[in-house]
Design a protein around this ligand. Sequence first.
Ligand SMILES: [Zn+2]
Length: 217
Amino acid sequence: MWVSVIVRPQDEASTFATTSKASPMSESSCRCGPARSFHISRRKSLAALFGAGFAGAFAGAADSASAGASLTPPKPEDERFMRLAIAEAAKGDFPFGAVIVRDGDAFASGRNLGITHDDPTAHSEMMAIRQVIAAGRTDRLRGATLYASGEPCPMCMGAIIWCGIGRVVFAASIVELATKIGQIMVTSEQVAAATPFTTIGITGGVLAAESLALFKG
Ligand SMILES: [Zn+2]
């Protein structure tokens, strides 16, 4: 059985207080220390990515594979579908859009609705995926291609993998997006590479400039 528990900060504090009565913890060993230990500067994040030999998934790349990720070059139809994703992004609360394609049919689309729905998880990829699931057609996700105007974050990439989507094509990379808006500095390739039970195709850099141009200022 899988159980998830959501704990608010005040709950965590009270839980810690209860725990500490049973097994006293010295201040130096307490893991509830300053939040700064979780703060990584953007510069350090980028340095970590590049320093780790991050090659990225980029347009024009030859096929290569790393565990669960297969970096593939763009296909002729990629720009056409990416333009649909970018058109969705232009209507989003934040400029992120996605479409899901199967056998040449763009059968689902989504845009960021984080503000509209007061839902931090309402990313464009999640909106498109949920649309298909709500229609009872989860089977159509398996082996489909998802086009995203921005490289999927770890949450979305996890959902993409769990749904069995076969290929991801993105425009702007996490590193490029991080120059415009806060990002979790984990690439889609890194999420896929940490997934031993399946392989997913990844193509990046398709119309990246057009996607980035949606961010004003
Ligand atoms: Zn996301």
